[in-house]
Write a protein that binds this ligand. Structure first.
Ligand code: NDP
Length: 325
């Protein structure tokens, strides 16, 4: 069997890192065949041809084929995974509203295209920013795709928090379980270690509240800016890796006793208004995610979640005012 996976913005920095890893089996595994459906803007089709040439030259045994398109209805035809990476970056002098308008229109059209031509089992992962609200817009224009199949990426934030906590306590990343990211994939995101375990021990017994507030939360939230400052370009390989982690966990599930973070359509859990795309701790079994119920949330984390939710509500109002919802 061959599984079709679409990547948008496939000639961009993240797309370039993503395509080769998926082609080599990192998403579906070494025994599955993948067909890549790569979407780009017409102006980037030349660069995309180059990506396709390199994919061919890798001679990956797991790669059944590569299709290039500048039309979403062609690229998304029959896809089981849609990894929506391509988005308009914030340019000089661009207001947040301009960014929401430019990207809202892209994700409106891509939602409609997925509705029309994607496979029945399609799973949609939005990486392109503003990811949560882009996913909200895409979902609105894909009404027959189950809400549970539409998500946005907070796995990179999750992975960053896992790595930071592990380094702090001198553990391996594999020893860290039950990390949580709440809210928007933005500077207001809420890394939460209150329920995390390190080697089976509660993280709050190993790190103090001041380290969480003054180090973990700002470091994770500002990690993207720190990487731009260090390498002169935004994070690409780690964002691609997290996109694969997200999609692979969605198919293969979370480990017993663990959970992951995904931005999903809220059912009203934890006071997040129904319908907003917000990050939650989720378990995944048999390809279906479920928000972890009943976690206690202290006042500090509650206030941070409320601020992030307020930002998501504001973004929703802006795209609504633009006629995108
Ligand atoms: P990148 O590949 O670096 O980034 C793509 C998107 O991912 C951006 O919105 C970026 O947000 C976002 N992103 C999410 N998480 C991260 C993270 N941790 N680090 C960095 N970025 C993150 O952008 P490029 O400009 O290199 O490539 C974008 C490509 O998309 C271009 O080739 C362009 O032609 C294409 N494109 C395709 C479209 C389509 O297929 N219809 C539509 C629009 C663009 P942020 O901007 O905040 O960094």
């Amino acid at each position: 069997m061959v599984t079709s996976v679409a990547i948008t913005g496939a000639a961009g920095a993240i797309g370039y890192a993503l395509a080769f890893r998926i082609a080599s089996g990192a998403l579906l595994g070494p025994d599955e065949q993948v067909r890549l459906r790569l979407l780009e803007l017409p102006s980037a089709m030349g660069a995309l041809e180059g990506v396709a040439m390199e994919l061919e030259d890798c001679a990956f045994g797991t790669l059944a084929g590569v299709d290039l398109a500048d039309d979403a209805r062609v690229a998304f035809d029959g896809v089981s995974h849609a990894l929506l990476v391509g988005a308009r970056p914030r340019g000089p002098g661009m207001e947040r509203g301009d960014l929401l308008a430019a990207n809202g229109a892209i994700f409106r059209d891509q939602g409609a295209a997925l509705e029309a031509v994607a496979a029945d089992d399609v799973r949609i992962t939005v990486t392109g920013n503003p990811a949560n609200t882009n996913a909200l817009v895409a979902a609105h224009h894909a009404p027959s795709i189950p809400r549970s199949r539409i998500s946005a990426l907070t796995r990179l934030d999750h992975n960053r928090a896992v790595a930071r906590l592990a380094a702090k306590v001198g553990a391996g990343v594999a020893d860290v379980r039950r990390m949580t990211i709440w809210g928007n994939h933005s500077a207001t995101q809420v890394p939460d270690v209150a329920h995390a375990l390190v080697g089976g021990r509660p993280a709050p017994d190993l790190v103090d509240a001041a380290w969480i507030a003054d180090d973990l939360v700002p470091t994770v939230a500002q990690r993207g800016a720190a990487i731009i400052a260090a390498r002169g370009a935004s994070s690409a390989a780690s964002a691609a890796s997290a996109t694969i982690d997200h999609a692979r966990t969605w198919v293969h599930g979370t480990a017993e006793g663990d959970w992951t973070s995904m931005a999903v359509v809220s059912d009203g859990s934890y006071g997040v208004p129904e319908g907003l795309v917000s990050s939650f701790p989720v378990t995944v079994v048999d390809g279906e995610w479920r928000i972890v119920p009943g976690l206690a949330i202290d006042d500090v984390v509650r206030a941070r979640i409320d601020a992030s939710i307020a930002e998501l509500v504001d973004e929703r109002e802006q795209v609504r005012a633009l006629g995108l919802l």
